[in-house]
Design a protein around this ligand. Structure first.
Ligand code: NGO
Length: 528
């Protein structure tokens, strides 16, 4: 793990519009984990000033209010907050009249066109004993203000049936913007299939930690998981099994569209991935015309990699790619389509590069930006194509041509790696990754020669060779996903392991209240 060095960021990275003391979220150097952190917000906000000696108490007088001109997205965010607080006094979100000031005891959500420094996702949360104000420049910022408010409230906010549920917020102000625009999680639904309800639940948990991308790994050797109407056997046959020989499954286009809309309402963009030209056995089993010898492959339920490839020089194969990309692009409002591109062992390097370049053209024709795993960087890529780094590879080449990278170093972000040698689930090929390993690395120091401006963000992949149920993948994701969320959101000056582990400890009861099956790492001082 030697190449991963923790480094302090230049001062300019502190995007604070106002001078705000950061001391509340940083223990003095060398201090041990504080017993009670000043707050337990994850990811750590860029700027925090809190005074817990006074509070805003949610009670029967509390109302959630929005401005007269508030749009549908603001209203939806306000409604979610109203539901979270389970307010007893007011039945609905109240819309203020034009020019009306928010009443006492209000929680006021407002979009402010003047607050451009808050950007697309930043927010300001101000709490006084009389009022809570959540302000943002754009709806995603308001949504994140709600997530921060939620985390400032006690864990009982997560369960409306909790007895003695007393919702009290410390007074003060938080001004917060993310470091990177891409803060993602990937779920492999190909090796083992997880149904829409499980994925929606994952989306809810991503949103709690201000993650904004869900990359779905929709096809691999063991299964094809998204209905393609022009090639129906991909799911009818190719979706009929999974690792270990279970029944598999797939999303109909309607289910996928519903998932995309659900994620969108939580400010999470779905990034679909169809692997090609390798990791394609499920497709080769479904259509013999995609193979070079014209013979369909048997379905595969093992966990080897590198043995399959599309017959890249056949016209049928390019027609197939064209159809798949077209249908996916039509279904996906997000800007990106991920085409895999990793671990291709059955083509010459020239065949591989030519294929990647042709696929890039197809993705572009359909109005999307292509993403691929690190290996694709060796091809002649457009600067708008995004390369997802996962192991020491050629990703640096892409940064040198002005392209951007998503950082998913397997030694830090692979949530399918075991926590330690005793973890029953997961793999070990890259590393064992304790919570501290997932947290204590610095993106701008990861790849020599790749500066901060070339980094679009970070993403934590969760491959499912050994994960059968939702409780399996939750156990591998939590709490490491919270660590990756902080790496992606928080300015380096607001990050340190002692502070993070103390805050994370306070999330134990919250995750329990949410019913999350999480790993109780011995590195973390879990609250009881
Ligand atoms: C590799 C491989 C995947 C495996 C995963 C397991 C990439 C990008 N390709 O990561 O097929 O499932 O490791 O950790």
């Amino acid at each position: 793990m030697a190449p991963y060095v923790r480094r302090r960021a230049p001062r300019a990275l502190l995007l604070l519009p106002t001078a705000i003391a950061l001391s509340a979220c940083r223990p003095p150097a060398g201090a041990r984990a504080p017993r009670a952190p000043a707050h337990a917000v994850i990811p750590a906000p860029a700027g925090v000033r809190l005074d817990p000696s006074a509070s805003f108490d949610v009670d029967s007088r509390t109302a959630v209010v929005i401005d007269a001109q508030a749009g549908a997205e603001e209203e939806e965010i306000a409604r979610d907050l109203h539901a979270l607080l389970a307010l007893t006094g007011s039945r609905a979100v109240r819309r203020l009249a034009a020019g009306e000031a928010p009443p006492p005891h209000a929680v006021h959500l407002r979009l402010d066109p003047q607050r451009t420094p808050l950007g697309a996702e930043g927010y300001e949360l101000t709490v006084t004993p009389e009022r809570v104000t959540l302000a943002a420049h754009a709806p995603a910022g308001l949504f994140y203000a709600v997530q921060t408010m939620r985390q400032l409230l006690p864990p009982s906010v997560e369960h409306r049936a909790a007895i003695r549920r007393r919702l009290r917020l410390p007074t003060g102000q938080i001004v917060d913007t993310p470091r990177f625009p891409w803060r993602g999680a990937m779920l492999d639904v190909a090796r083992h299939f997880f149904g829409p309800a499980d994925v929606k639940r994952y989306v809810d948990l991503l949103a709690l930690y201000k993650l904004n991308r869900l990359h779905l790994h929709l096809a691999d050797d063991q299964g094809w998981r998204l209905e393609i109407r022009s090639w129906p056997n991909l799911t009818a046959h190719g979706g009929s099994t999974q690792v270990g020989g279970g029944a598999g499954g797939y999303y109909t286009q309607a289910e996928y569209a519903d998932l995309v809309a659900y994620a969108r309402s939580r400010h999470v963009t779905v990034v679909p991935e169809i692997e090609m030209p390798g990791h394609t056995n499920a497709a080769l089993a479904s259509y013999p015309t995609l193979t070079c010898d014209g013979v369909a492959r048997p379905l595969y339920t093992g966990t080897e990699v590198g043995f399959s490839t599309l017959c890249v020089e056949r016209d049928t194969v390019l027609g197939f790619v064209e159809d798949v990309v077209r249908e996916i692009a039509e279904l996906t409002p997000g800007e990106y389509v991920h085409v895999g591109g990793d671990e291709v062992e059955k083509l010459t390097h020239e065949q591989y590069l030519r294929f990647v370049e042709r696929v890039q053209g197809i993705v572009r024709q359909h109005g999307k930006q292509m993403i691929g795993w690190g290996e694709i960087a060796a091809a002649n890529l457009l600067p708008s194509t995004v390369v997802q780094h996962w192991k020491p590879d050629s990703a640096r080449l892409h940064a040198a041509r002005g392209g951007r990278l998503i950082l998913s170093p397997a030694t830090r972000t692979y949530l399918d790696m075991k926590y330690d040698s005793t973890t029953v689930l997961g793999l070990t090929w890259a590393a064992v990754i304790e919570v501290r390993d997932a947290y204590a690395w610095e993106p701008a120091a990861l790849i020599p020669g790749v500066p901060e401006r070339a980094i679009l963000g970070v993403e934590a992949p969760l491959w499912s060779e050994t994960l059968v149920r939702r409780s399996d993948f939750e156990f591998m994701a939590f709490p490491r996903l919270a660590a990756i969320a902080e790496v992606g959101w928080s300015p380096p000056a607001a990050r340190d392991w002692q502070g993070f582990s103390a805050r994370l400890g306070a999330h134990g009861p919250r995750l329990s209240a949410l019913g999350v099956n999480f790993y109780r790492s011995p590195q973390v001082p879990w609250a009881r």
